[in-house]
Design a protein around this ligand. Structure first.
Ligand SMILES: [Fe+2]
Ligand SMILES: [Fe+2]
Length: 225
């Protein structure tokens, strides 16, 4: 029974494939129906080309380069704000390795800002920050978390929690920008973005390790009492 079922299914599949092939090659039917099918296909292709042309001409003149430049201004704004926000988190952090990780990532951030300015230079533009609501929201939340948890036993865990949201935001933006630069053939910009992206990923991985290997467990001990 199982074999018969299998062979029926196989027969069906092969018939379907044969029909598809026949349709694709236009070999099915009389010469008149083949001709009619061909005409219909041509009409569909003409309509679709016309629709595509109309849709392109109705779009405004913004391009992928413009989007790249927007993303650059956006992340430039974000990095500058992150640089300013980090001292408060460093001050509230307790674990020496967390203090060290945040301090060295702040130094990296200063270098990233310079790299972004270099990319503006490659575009022949002056560095210009564009207000980014996403990072403003993430930093606002980290401020209020610091107020709520900054003096608690979960302070370090809360700081890592906030910082990883920042890192992930950065990773997604630099990931997209890397792909834009690649598509646009901007090799030097792509190289600089890849360098920054590697730093963000390393910072994120370091925080994960710190949280999972010591900070969370140390804080959780107080929950056991
Ligand atoms: Fe950064
Ligand atoms: Fe970062």
């Amino acid at each position: 029974m199982a074999t018969a079922e299998k062979s029926t299914k196989a027969d069906k599949a092969s018939k379907t494939a044969a029909t598809k092939t026949a349709r694709a090659s236009g070999t099915k039917g009389t010469p008149a129906t083949r001709e009619a099918r061909k005409k219909r296909a041509e009409a569909v292709a003409t309509k679709s080309a016309a629709r595509k042309a109309a849709s392109v001409s109705s779009k405004d003149a913004k391009s992928l380069s413009d989007l790249f430049e927007h993303a650059l201004g956006d992340i430039y704004y974000a990095e500058k704000k992150i640089y300013k926000s980090l001292p408060k988190m460093i001050k509230a952090a307790d674990h020496p390795e967390l203090v060290q990780a945040l301090t060295s990532h702040r130094e990296e951030t200063a270098g990233q800002i310079e790299k972004l300015e270099a990319i503006f230079g490659l575009l022949g533009k002056r560095a210009k920050a564009e207000k980014c609501d996403a990072i403003d929201g993430i930093l606002e939340e980290s401020e209020s978390l610091l107020e709520d948890f900054g003096s608690s036993v979960a302070a370090d865990a809360a700081i890592i929690f906030s910082c990883q949201a920042i890192e992930h935001y950065e990773i997604t933006r630099y990931g997209s920008m890397r792909a834009f630069a690649d598509a646009l053939g901007m090799d030097e910009a792509k190289q600089l973005i890849e360098e920054i992206l590697a730093e963000e990923k390393a910072a994120d991985a370091g925080l994960t390790e710190l949280a999972e290997e010591s900070v969370n467990a140390a804080a959780a001990e107080y929950d056991d009492d």
